[in-house]
Design a binder for this molecule. Structure first.
Ligand code: G1P
Length: 283
């Protein structure tokens, strides 16, 4: 039912300088794979067939990453490095299923999503933020398996003092996994937050959201917020939150990124034992 996904990758990565001065933050690797590739693979597992990147200046490394590298492939072929060759070739999608649209200025997540409107058309679409990396069950697949129309976001409890970093929802009915959402607000202070149930960067949005975004004023931080558009649709269409089962890492922050690298390395047979032994000597 959800066949397209938007990947907003136009952000400047200001929380990760100096690494992200020339390098797109989505290209930072966790173990040996860039964040954006994890997001694409999660989308594929959820049955997504069309991939729309909302990109910006200085982001061409992302396009190159998902294209042939002719010289590299020739060398790998010549040296008979079959496994490495397969790794780089497997990243190629079906021709014509990957589209790039430029967001000329980073004007907010809502604005980035709106930039993809003509490529989406009149159908629900997933949105994945590569900064939010999930270890374990692919979160978007859990959502698409349970999607029944309207809008849906991935949610998790966060410490109350962190509410000002997230979209925060007011839950209505709650069966422990799915919640109905009665309200949503972008980055409230802990004193004003309606709860500590936060939106994590996985969304399924209905096409009506694009019209809302097109007419929307800037919100928190002077940016066009996707959260505000979702709030406008409450009452008009169903809105649910899904408590995904995986463990989420905030790879937009330096500490979250380090934790992700350790956690993902500990999942790898070729690294886990040595890393665990070394870590034990460090504490
Ligand atoms: C964005 C959204 C926010 C959401 C967060 C999840 O914020 O605006 O509602 O909770 O992603 O990571 P950002 O982290 O881009 O400031």
């Amino acid at each position: 039912m959800v066949k397209k996904a938007i990947f907003p990758v136009g952000g400047l990565g200001t929380r990760f300088l100096p690494a992200t001065k020339a390098l797109p933050k989505e290209m930072l690797p966790v173990v040996d794979k860039p964040l954006i590739q994890y997001a694409i693979e999660e989308a594929i597992e959820a049955g997504i067939e069309e991939f729309i990147f909302v990109t910006g200046r200085n982001k061409t490394a992302i396009e190159d990453h998902f294209d042939h590298s002719v010289e590299l492939e020739a060398v790998l072929h010549q040296k008979q490095k079959h496994e490495a060759l397969e790794t780089v070739r497997n990243m190629m999608r079906v021709p014509g299923t990957v589209a790039y649209v430029r967001q000329q200025e980073p004007a907010g997540l809502g604005h980035a999503v709106w930039c993809a409107r003509h490529l989406v058309g009149n159908e629900p679409v997933a949105v994945l933020l590569a900064d939010d990396l999930v270890l374990g069950q692919p979160a978007l697949k859990e959502m698409t398996d349970n999607y029944q129309g309207g809008n849906m976001v991935a949610v998790m409890e966060v410490p109350k003092e962190d509410t000002s970093s997230y979209g925060i929802v007011t839950a209505g009915s709650d069966d422990g996994t799915m919640v109905t959402i009665d309200g949503i607000v972008e980055k409230p202070s802990p004193q004003n937050a309606p709860s500590n149930l936060a939106v994590i960067g996985r969304y399924i949005i209905e096409p009506e959201i694009f019209d809302v975004l097109g007419a929307q004023e800037a919100g928190v931080g002077g940016e066009i917020q996707l959260t505000d558009a979702l709030a406008t649709r409450i009452g008009a269409s169903p809105f649910s939150g899904y408590r995904f089962s995986g463990k989420r890492f905030d790879c937009g922050s330096k500490i979250g990124f380090q934790k992700a690298n350790i956690a993902f390395s500990l999942e790898r047979d070729d690294m886990a034992d040595e890393l665990r032994a070394w870590l034990a000597t460090q504490i």
